[in-house]
Design a protein around this ligand. Structure first.
Ligand code: GTP
Ligand code: MG
Length: 230
């Protein structure tokens, strides 16, 4: 765990020490921050686990294959504030860095992703603040996922605080591509040679085709099952 002193040095290294207001107060808030986001992420994880179990009881299968949670490292939060051109302050961090708490939900089928997103939108204990649909509109490199920025209520002694989190929803095939691409190239500084970028994009299309093929097979198997019952 990073100490307050180490953080202060990191802030200076990044040139973020020309802060307005009370630097120590800001840094102390910043130190408390991971605990707050961790609690919010735990709450969100519990909600998803409940949903997963209930869905399985009702429909015999769960649309959620697995969930992964992470809290952004303080150093990368500082770097991101700087990259986005904001001055370091607790308020700026809360307002502009939406992925301090991050959750990735991996589903079997694309339709499960949209069904889950609709479900979240209808809940009172989850506020959907922003939707980025990289499934309908993949990134130029081929990246596909549905990104939601949500807020969840955290009931504290001081009252209710809505804490933001980023939820990335993907199929298994999209997750395979994104994980491999991350290992290979994500945030690679230079321009990729065109043939490499093309192959990467064609691998993303292959993942997409695999998703569609699995969906067709599922439909067929469901029809077979239904006709056996008849
Ligand atoms: P960041 O500053 O990188 O957070 O981008 P952003 O705030 O504009 O959000 P965006 O929705 O583009 O990306 C958020 C997150 O999605 C990233 O932190 C990654 O986890 C993931 N992501 C986005 N683009 C890619 C990509 O091309 N490849 C992989 N592997 N992951 C990506
Ligand atoms: Mg991000």
């Amino acid at each position: 765990m990073i100490t307050l002193e180490q953080l202060q040095v990191r802030v200076q290294d990044l040139g973020l020490d020309k802060l307005s207001g009370d630097v120590t107060r800001q840094l102390e808030e910043f130190k408390k921050m991971p605990a707050l986001y961790r609690l919010a992420l735990n709450e969100l994880e519990n909600k998803i686990e409940t949903l997963k179990t209930e869905w399985k009881m009702r429909n015999g299968y769960s649309p959620i294959e697995h969930i992964k949670c992470r809290i952004k490292e303080p150093a990368s939060i500082l770097e991101k504030i700087k990259r986005k051109g904001h001055e370091f302050s607790y308020e700026n961090m809360e307002n502009y860095i939406h992925d301090i708490a991050g959750m990735r939900i991996v589903c079997a089928f694309v339709k499960d992703i949209y069904q889950l997103a609709d479900h979240f939108a209808g809940r009172e204990d989850i506020r959907v603040i922003e939707v980025k649909d990289y499934i309908a509109h993949p990134k130029p490199n081929g990246y596909q996922s549905l990104h939601l920025i949500v807020a969840v209520p955290l009931i504290l002694l001081e009252g209710t605080r809505w804490v933001k989190a980023e939820i990335q929803l993907r199929t298994l095939a999209m997750d395979f591509w994104a994980s491999m691409e991350h290992i290979l190239y994500y945030k690679y500084d230079s321009q990729l040679p065109p043939h490499v970028a093309d192959e990467l994009k064609s691998a993303a299309r292959a993942a997409d085709e695999l998703d569609q093929k699995m969906l067709r097979l599922r439909k067929e198997i469901l029809e077979l099952t239904a006709s056996e019952v008849d």
